[in-house]
Design a protein around this ligand. Structure first.
Ligand SMILES: N#Cc1c(-c2ccc3ccn(Cc4ccc(CN5CCCC5)cc4)c3c2)n[nH]c1N
Length: 239
């Protein structure tokens, strides 16, 4: 997969050299280029923003630098992803969808956002996806791109050493993840649940599903509501 990121803060993306994303880059699974939007400014102050038409607080990112930047880094066939508070919710489903793309271009807005005409013009020649991480307000799109990029890259074949992790992914089943434990069996008076040390894999699987159901009911009743009733095991939950 090819990824281009356009931002006024390229240093935000230094972390991409770390961890699995870094390894995916060195092994050739991923080709990531980060571009400074100011490359496509032509004034002495390298201006990327201006006052909003219609008034209002803050500044808006000018269309000209963005137009030239996308002309340069987003060929036909690329998919433009734009984080914005006004975007559609970014979910695991979105991550799977983006993971199927050959070429993703991320536009990192700042200030009060990017002039809408940039997205409208881009949409005349490529798919444009405006996404939001959640109902809170960030300073810009960079941290959102880091989150989206990690969620997408971990789905690429060969990136996760143990592909089974994806299969067990709690969000794939629609429930939250079950509690996890490792050695030692007892730690500061807290013991690992006996069932996990029983070796009875059938009972362990049942216990894990029950724990996932309980957690989901407590923390994310909306996820339970989204599951069709016939998908839920009707038996009582055993502790
Ligand atoms: N994903 C995601 C995001 C973002 C996000 C993503 C990208 C940019 C680019 C700039 N900002 C800052 C900002 C701040 C407030 C507003 C709203 N204003 C009200 C009146 C006119 C605009 C617009 C932008 C961004 C924020 N925030 N939260 C998320 N889940």
């Amino acid at each position: 997969m090819k990824i281009d990121i356009v931002t006024i803060f390229p240093e935000y993306f230094a972390p991409l050299d770390l961890s699995l994303v870094g390894r995916a880059r060195t092994t050739g699974l991923l080709d990531v280029d980060v571009h400074d939007l100011r490359t496509w400014t032509h004034d002495v102050h390298r201006t990327v923003d201006d006052t909003p038409y219609g008034g209002g607080a803050g500044m808006v990112m000018r269309p000209e630098p963005w137009g030239e930047a996308l002309d340069a880094v987003a060929p036909a066939g690329a998919r433009l992803v734009v984080p914005t508070p006004a975007g559609a919710p970014f979910t695991q489903e979105t991550a799977y969808e983006l993971a199927s793309a050959e070429h993703l271009v991320f536009a990192c807005g700042r200030y009060e956002g990017i002039d809408q005409r940039v997205l409208d013009h881009a949409a005349t020649r490529m798919p444009v996806t405006e996404v939001s991480l959640g109902d809170y307000v960030l300073f810009g799109g960079e941290v959102a791109v880091l989150v989206i990029l990690e969620a997408v890259v971990r789905l690429l074949p060969g990136v996760l050493g143990n592909a089974d992790s994806l299969l067990e992914e709690s969000h794939t089943g629609g429930l939250l993840e079950t509690p996890v434990y490792t050695k030692p069996a007892s730690w500061r008076g807290h013991d690992v649940p006996d069932i996990l040390r029983s070796g009875d894999h059938g009972r362990i699987a049942r216990w894990r599903r029950d724990q996932a159901l309980l957690r989901t009911a407590e923390r994310r009743p909306d996820l339970l509501a989204a599951l069709r009733s016939d998908k839920l095991d009707k038996r009582d939950v055993t502790l």
